[in-house]
Design a protein around this ligand. Structure first.
Ligand code: CTP
Length: 189
């Protein structure tokens, strides 16, 4: 979905930077690709570039937790019946962008199961996003993998727009239409 959004924005003439983890499809032509492998790297790459952007779309399914400890060597199993891994929260990039404020429009995604409205509105508020794109990931044809998606858009202005099952390219165009409309409205401080 991130690649489809980058391609659609490039098609509209935007200067696009695609900060992405390992991709299943190549980055679109004309887009500056910045490969990253961890949430921390993604955070640094995004926060460095965000101040000069008009629109930031966080389509990445960022891991919410990471191991507290990172080992340089192989962990031997001898003498262990169990292994407990301690995990800590990763930086929430979208929330940090929200705290940064400014005029840029912020779009986030929400992977939900069932009616996404309450969760999407909570994310709008708590991460100070302008638009949340909610997917029901249990629905066939929606979410990860595949060429199609079915999403509902929730805006900070209180709108709910349920899109039909569309290709990811067509979904990307509809998301950009809504983001472009929000770019014309002054953001609350
Ligand atoms: N996100 C982020 N940094 C993270 C985790 C998530 O920027 N460390 C962004 C994602 O790119 C997405 C949105 O936040 O735009 C998703 O929010 P999240 O709270 O992680 O929602 P879910 O993945 O749906 O998980 P849950 O509601 O179960 O916490």
């Amino acid at each position: 979905m991130g690649v489809a959004l980058a391609a659609a924005a490039r098609g509209r003439g935007a200067e696009v930077t695609l900060v992405a983890g390992p991709l299943q499809v190549p980055p679109p032509p004309g887009v500056l690709a910045v490969p990253v492998v961890s949430a921390g790297e993604m955070r640094d790459a995004v926060m460095e570039r965000a101040p000069s952007c008009d629109l930031v779309i966080m389509a990445a399914a960022v891991a919410d937790f990471r191991p507290v400890e990172r080992l340089e060597r192989k962990l031997k199993k001898a003498g262990r019946k169990r292994l407990v891994l301690e995990l800590e929260r990763t930086p929430d990039i979208l929330a940090e962008l929200g705290r940064l404020g400014g005029a840029r429009v912020l779009v986030g995604f929400a992977a939900e199961t069932g009616d996404p409205e309450a969760a999407a509105r909570k994310k709008l508020r708590e991460k100070r996003a302008d638009l949340i794109v909610a997917n029901d990931v249990t629905e066939p044809g929606a979410g990860f993998d595949g060429e199609t998606n079915r999403v509902t858009l929730f805006t900070r202005t209180g709108r709910r727009v349920a899109l039909p099952l569309l290709t990811k390219a067509a979904t990307a165009e509809r998301i950009l239409d809504r983001a472009a409309a929000l770019m014309k409205r002054p953001r609350r401080s």
